[in-house]
Write a protein that binds this ligand. Structure first.
Ligand SMILES: Nc1ncnc2c1ncn2[C@@H]1O[C@H](COP(=O)(O)OP(=O)(O)OP(=O)(O)O)[C@@H](O)[C@H]1O
Ligand SMILES: [Mg+2]
Length: 596
């Protein structure tokens, strides 16, 4: 008796489908790519229930002849390549002949098509992998593919699908990627009978980009265009004013295909490095092209990764092209979409902020003198720093009971440190780190007691959001409320912060909201409030804490010291670094060789 046997055809296709068709959005991507490969200039997409119930894609491409309909649904049947050489220079989106067969194995599929030389259209249906006979149908030249009830016959798989809203969001993202890649093709998208996008064909792609990514992106974008040595990169890259805290406004296409590639991402990030705050992500829509033989597209089941033959050369090319495009000084840069109200710093980030000079402030001696004094102190401290003073975590205990352990503020040093005096000597406090810890602990306690104090914003702060952002916010209203936020939907692409925790800075409403949404997207609402809770609160605390370079009055500094004394674990910031040092009189005497 033999134990090893061939799997039935349907099962083989169902297994393959698991790789190629992960969710409705992957089916949509495959179908859109087929329409583009067929030379369509007009493509309409209709979805029901996030694409789970129905995906219908109709195009005006060259169509499929009646006698080939059956082949189209068979595995390893393709019109696009026939030899290994073809594979190495493939210019079409498809090449494996797997997509339709995979869908036919896990959904009810109807394929209707007509070629230019046929009198009428023909139709074929597949249910559970069983193909129907071919029947006549009515359809103009082109093709319609209908996918109903995805994964209806593989319940284990179906369970992995998320809510309708989330699956829809993924579909919309897949649609956007393809629509961005081909501005010369008209697209429309309907969901549950409602038209969401209606995109006319156009030449240069700017309208397409600003329609899909928002005017905000268009206003902050510079055009990129370079052709050299068979390589080219064109498109739009946003100046730092726009940069988002999430990674999703990054569209990078290789020979028309949306991909995530390490070499390219690294080069792009590096080009932005000098001008972008490290926690923000650049935003761009860039089309990189190279001779097909220079890139292997057959490395990932969904074709979302590629491998470059000369990755170093390509890294250089991408890096230099983008760096040059971004190097135009901010003032003289006219964003591609001119708008007079554009304010380069409205996102809460500006170049000036990044390398601002430090304020020197001293209560007793005045700003000028303290600059000199602090310089001397710094150099002597550095000379003797080798292990002489360890950070003190427990608060000093040998004071008289009525004295404050962290003493009284004397001055602010270089906008970063608070200098205070207690009976033992000098206390140096890292102002931002200490305040961050205080805000963090307060947030933690308040959240535990479900009483984070909320502050309604006089003017709600609105910002661009994509479908996944919106789906995440809609699915997390309870959690957002617990965290003290009220974030509402203003339009299909805009969210607005209407209220936020009192402890956080209103001026950072948008940044904070984006970071929060980022977490919700990545981990889901329930995890954000459980295992991710402390990370999240720590991020929020960072936005509640005073920044370096803020001048504090002596009263404010003393208030901070008192709060530190009351706060648990205030000896370390949220990242585990010390928040303050004690430099005893003895230590200082030693530096000056006093009494030795
Ligand atoms: N919209 C369409 N218009 C015209 N022909 C189509 C269309 N969709 C599919 N076809 C034909 O059906 C064949 C099979 O499509 P399928 O997507 O399964 O494979 P493929 O595109 O060749 O490769 P891949 O699996 O990489 O997508 C295609 O090669 C093409 O000839
Ligand atoms: Mg295909």
């Amino acid at each position: 008796m033999s134990f090893i046997r061939l799997l039935p055809e349907l099962l083989i296709n169902q297994i393959a489908a698991g790789e190629v068709i992960e969710r409705p959005a992957s089916a949509l991507k495959e179908l859109l790519e087929n329409s583009l490969d067929a030379g369509a200039s007009d493509i309409t997409v209709q979805l029901e229930a996030g694409g789970i119930k129905l995906l219908r894609i109709r195009d005006n491409g060259r169509g499929i002849a009646a006698d080939e309909l059956e082949f189209a649904l068979m595995r390893h049947a393709t019109s696009k390549i026939s030899t290994l050489d073809d594979l190495q220079s493939v210019a079409s989106m498809g090449f494996r002949g797997e997509a339709l067969a995979s869908m036919a194995a896990v959904a009810q599929l109807t394929l209707t098509s007509r070629t230019a030389d046929a009198n009428h259209a023909h139709q074929i249906t597949a249910i559970d992998g069983q193909l129907s006979d071919i029947s006549p149908a009515s359809h103009p030249v082109g093709t319609t593919v209908e996918i109903r009830e995805l994964y209806f016959n593989t319940p284990a798989r179906r369970k992995f699908l998320k809510s309708e809203a989330t699956e829809y969001a993924y579909c919309e993202e897949a649609f956007k990627r393809i629509a961005l890649s081909r501005p010369d093709v008209a697209f429309s998208l309907q969901h549950n009978g409602r038209t969401i996008w209606q995109l006319a064909a156009e030449q240069n792609g700017l309208t397409r980009v600003t329609t899909l990514l928002g005017a905000e992106f268009g206003n902050a974008a510079v055009a990129v265009s370079r052709h050299a040595a068979g390589l080219s990169m064109t498109g739009f890259a946003a100046l730092p004013a726009y940069a988002k805290s999430t990674r999703d406004a990054q569209y990078f296409f290789v020979n028309g295909r949306f991909v995530r590639d390490k070499v390219a991402s690294h080069a792009l990030r590096q080009a932005y490095q000098d001008i972008l705050h490290h926690q923000r992500h650049p935003a761009f829509v860039l089309f990189f092209t190279l001779p097909p033989a220079g890139v292997d597209v057959n490395v990932h089941p969904a074709k979302s990764e590629v491998r470059f033959r000369d990755s170093q050369g390509i890294h250089q090319f991408i890096f230099h092209t983008l760096q040059n495009a971004l190097a135009i000084p901010a003032q003289s840069t006219a964003p591609v979409a001119e708008q007079s109200h554009y304010a380069p710093t409205q996102q809460g980030f500006s170049l000036a902020q990044n390398n601002a000079s430090y304020q020197v402030w001293d209560m007793q001696t005045g700003a000028g003198k303290s600059g000199v004094m602090s310089g001397e102190w710094r150099s002597s401290a550095a000379d003797t720093a080798s292990g002489n003073y360890a950070p003190y975590s427990p608060l000093p205990t040998s004071q008289s009971p009525d004295e404050h352990p962290l003493g009284y503020a004397l001055a602010q040093l270089l906008g970063i440190y608070i200098l205070a005096q207690n009976s033992q000597g000098l206390i140096v406090v890292d102002m931002h780190a200490a305040h961050e810890r205080i805000v963090y602990e307060k947030l933690k306690n308040a959240l535990d007691e479900e009483r984070i104090a909320t502050q309604p914003l006089l003017i709600p702060v609105s910002f661009y959001a994509d479908a996944l952002d919106i789906a995440s916010v809609e699915a997390s209203q309870t959690e957002l409320k617990k965290l003290g936020f009220d974030i509402a939907l203003l339009s299909p692409t805009t969210l607005a912060v209407r209220a936020m925790p009192v402890m956080l800075k209103q001026s950072e409403a948008e940044i904070v909201a984006r970071e929060l949404i980022d977490e919700l997207r990545e981990f889901g609402a329930s995890r954000v409030l459980t295992e991710r809770r402390n990370e999240l609160l720590s991020t929020l605390a960072c936005h509640g804490a005073v920044r370096a370079n803020r001048i504090l009055s002596v009263t404010e500094m003393n208030a901070l010291l008192r709060e530190m004394e009351l706060t648990e674990r205030s000896g370390q910031c949220n990242h585990g670094r010390p928040t303050w040092f004690q430099l005893s009189l003895h230590d200082i005497d030693k530096m000056f060789m006093r009494g030795q």
